[in-house]
Design a protein around this ligand. Sequence first.
Ligand code: PLP
Length: 462
Amino acid sequence: MTDTFVAQSHILHRAFGQRPENVVSAEGIKLVLESGRTMYDATCGPSVSVLGHHQPKVTEAITRQLKQIAYVYSGARFTAEPNEELASMILGACPGGLSKAIFVNSGSEATDAAIKLATQYWHERGLPNKSHVIARKQSYHGNTIGALNVSGHTSRREIYRDWISENVSFVDPCYAFRLQKADESPNQYLQRLRDQLEAEIIRVGPGNISAFIAETVSGTTLGCLPPVPGYFKAVRELCDKYDILLILDEASYICTDHTIMCGMGKTGTMHAWEQEGIRGPDIQTIGKALGGGFVPLSGVLLHQKIFDALAAGSKGLLHGHTFQAHPIATAAAVAVQKIIKELDLLNNVAKMGKVLEEALEEMIRPLPFVADIRGRGLFWAVEFLADPESGAPFAENAKFCNQVVDAAFENGLNILGNLGVTGDVHVEHVIVAPPYIVSESEIRDIVQLLEISIKDVSRPLL
Ligand code: PLP
């Protein structure tokens, strides 16, 4: 049934049966609703508002930029000071040879730009056949047609099948908790993933492959899932062996000094891949927490070798948007990055991440249906199974995690759950990813509300 407010609103809301709550303000990390209720936003939206909602220095930076120059078209002849400053801040400290940035407005745009950039790179190198992308099942890289094409999240793709390219193929994600066989050691599992990727590269032909794309730490689809140690080393080696670009999507991470929904800081280093012992990707996307939710902003970081190929070839980028590198957005993001440094918030991410992990282990692990607790930094997920002992999953229509999300909402806690069917492995999880400024007592409140919510949903099923 369609809610009356939703039917009458001029906004096309996403869920027709549900009246959205009007958020009127915020108190610290809590949202204040029109109804007078307050609730913890325990995932910063989808890993966005990592500094909470009020930061006078960000307001000042936006106002200053508005007074100076509100908009320049950064597509060709113009740039603006904060655009250059933000790129320098992110890349100046960046290991691995990433040396240029493109700023766009959403993670999906960043994915599209990354794929196009990879394609252009091979054209400039005189290898136009290298256009196929290998992606992973149960992945999500965005909602635009380009990004959907490389996303293995089946229910998001289903009705758009006529728009889906055959120039993309999928290999298994690195998901040891569900996909490592009982008689397999971690090394054997890793070897199987490596062999599968290599077999796919050989099947398609390295001369036809542009890039391999993956989230460094899987976010929304698999629930804050870090790779098993050595996975990205193996991937990097295969990409090098067969001359394929490695695109790492860190658009969803929250940690900055660089990135945490796995990038910009939520995993405790600026880039999640820094914890993988690799020299880095050839192309990386960043987003969500980059502008702290004060502005929409995402980006693509690229290796010097890609710039060199373009510089030696057509001397330009065959991609652009009207609002790319909007100076209000980049000015806000510069302020966000400075605050993270000044308040030493990556340190707080590491400290509070430990507190969150311990609280989840103590209060959530013993609950029924809780099968796994995993994450990094302040980016954590709880995975549910119908029978954690035998490993039996919930039926696809059980929507256990959606019920937990709904119960949490009623209990004053906003969290995220897996949205729909991701593929041949049915995953039920919820994410807890509080802002970098969260305190110990707030973490305990959040985890307590989660505990109550899981108990509310479990009770009738026991
Ligand atoms: N890439 C990843 C890893 C994401 O998690 C998301 C969004 O959740 C996107 C891309 C798409 O970002 P956006 O919603 O800003 O288009």
